[in-house]
Design a protein around this ligand. Structure first.
Ligand code: SAM
Length: 278
C-alpha cells in the first residue's frame, strides 16, 4: 500500500506570449509552492521575476525527466507542494511532464491542474473551423518524406487537424499539406498568438502556402496550423456518384478499367469503388 500522500503536484499553465495571461490563481500557486519544476529555469525566471515570485526552481526537461521524477515524487510524498511549468503554455502538451504526472498519480499523490493558455486551443478558438471535434497532432516529422507519409494517414480524417510548426519548416509544411490534402482544403495559420505580431491567416492551403512563401515576415515566429477535416458529405456524394458510374461501365468493361474511368469522372478514390464489388 502507498503511504497517504500529503504533498500536491500543481500543473500550471503559463503565458504563450502575453505575460498578463498568467492567471491570479497561477500566480498564487507559484508563489506558495515549495518548489517550481521548470522546463528551463532561466526562461521561467523572467516570468517569475515579473510577478515578484521568489520560489525556488529546479530544471525538469526531456533529458532529465526520467531521473528527476523519483526525487520529485519522493518530495511530494514527504508533503511538498510542487508546481510544474513549461516554457510557455500548458505543461505536457508537446512539453515535458507526462512521466512525472504518471508517477505522482501512481504514488497516490494528488495532481491538480491550474488551467490557462495553450496555443492549440487558443488557435482553435479563433480559427473559425469546426471545433466540436478535433485532432491535436503536435509537431509533424521534420523530414518531408516522413511528414508527407504521416499526413497521408489523415487524408480521410473529417475532424479539424491541429499541428504545431516551427518557423524554419512552415513553408515546406504548408506545401506538403497542400499536396496531401489538396490545394483547395481550407486551413488557418495562427502565428505569434497573444504577441505583438499576431496574425491569423485563413484560406485554402494553396492560398496560405503562397502568402507564406511570398512574405518572409509570415515565416517568423511560432505557428499553429489548423486544417479543416475532409468534407464527409462531399466525399460521400462523390462515392455515390462513382459507384453509380462504375456499375454502368462494368457491364461493358473489365472491373479495373471501369473503376479507373468511374474514379476519373466522379473524383471518388478508385479503391473505394472496388470495394463495391465485395
Ligand atoms: N505547451 C505549449 C502549449 O500549451 O501550447 C506548446 C509547447 S510546444 C514546445 C511549442 C509550440 O507551440 C511552438 O512551436 C508553436 O507551434 C506553438 N506555440 C507556442 N506559442 C505559440 C504562439 N504564441 N503562437 C502560435 N503558436 C505557438
Amino acid at each position: 500500500m502507498n503511504a497517504p500522500a500529503k504533498g500536491k503536484l500543481w500543473i500550471v499553465a503559463t503565458p504563450i506570449g502575453n505575460l498578463t495571461d498568467l492567471s491570479p490563481r497561477a500566480q498564487q500557486v507559484l508563489r506558495d509552492a515549495d518548489l517550481i519544476a521548470a522546463e528551463d529555469t532561466r526562461h521561467s525566471a523572467t516570468l517569475l521575476a515579473q510577478f515578484g515570485i521568489a520560489t525556488r526552481t529546479l530544471a525538469l526537461h526531456e533529458h532529465n525527466e526520467r531521473e528527476k521524477t523519483d526525487e520529485l515524487v519522493r518530495r511530494l510524498r514527504e508533503g511538498a507542494q510542487i508546481a510544474l511549468v513549461c516554457d510557455a503554455g500548458t505543461p505536457l502538451v508537446s512539453d515535458p511532464g507526462f512521466r512525472l504526472v504518471r508517477a505522482a498519480r501512481a504514488a497516490g499523490v494528488v495532481v491538480s491542474p491550474v488551467p490557462g493558455p495553450c496555443a492549440a486551443i487558443a488557435a482553435l478558438s479563433a480559427a473559425g473551423l469546426a471545433s466540436d471535434r478535433f485532432v491535436f497532432e503536435g509537431f509533424l516529422p521534420a523530414k518531408s518524406a516522413a511528414r508527407r507519409a504521416h499526413l497521408q494517414t489523415f487524408s480521410n480524417e473529417t475532424r479539424t487537424l491541429i499541428f504545431y510548426e516551427s518557423s524554419h519548416r512552415i513553408e515546406e509544411c504548408l506545401h506538403d499539406c497542400a499536396r496531401v490534402f489538396g490545394a483547395d482544403r481550407r486551413a488557418v495559420l495562427a502565428r505569434e498568438l497573444t504577441k505583438i505580431y499576431e496574425t491569423i491567416l485563413d484560406g485554402t492551403l494553396a492560398d496560405l502556402s503562397a502568402r507564406v512563401s511570398a512574405d518572409a515576415d509570415q515565416r517568423r515566429g511560432e505557428f499553429v496550423l489548423l486544417v479543416a477535416g475532409a468534407d464527409a458529405e462531399s466525399d460521400a456524394a462523390k462515392l455515390a456518384e462513382g459507384r453509380r458510374v462504375f456499375e454502368i461501365l462494368r457491364r461493358e468493361l473489365p472491373p479495373s478499367r471501369a473503376a479507373k474511368i468511374a474514379a476519373e469522372i466522379s473524383g471518388a478514390p478508385r479503391k473505394a469503388l472496388y470495394a463495391a464489388l465485395e
